[in-house]
Design a protein around this ligand. Structure first.
Ligand SMILES: [Zn+2]
Length: 67
């Protein structure tokens, strides 16, 4: 279930992105994904997801702030 080595899916996010937590855990961190393009993100990634409105989703911000 929790495979810490699997690669993340990263697709070309465009105009319909909508990010939310998937409930999955990867390497100890919760996995977020985009329902529009299927990209995945965890807090250890160097980039930050942005939704279709050009804003970082609150749930992603909260995850970024988590220590
Ligand atoms: Zn997307």
């Amino acid at each position: 279930m929790d495979d810490p080595t699997r690669p993340l899916t990263v697709s070309g996010c465009r105009s319909e992105c909508a990010w939310s937590a998937t409930g999955d855990v990867l390497g100890g961190d919760p996995v977020f994904d985009c329902s529009a393009c299927g990209s995945e993100w965890v807090r250890s990634e160097p980039w930050t997801p942005i939704d279709a409105q050009g804003e970082v989703p609150d749930s992603v911000l909260a995850e970024r702030r988590r220590t």
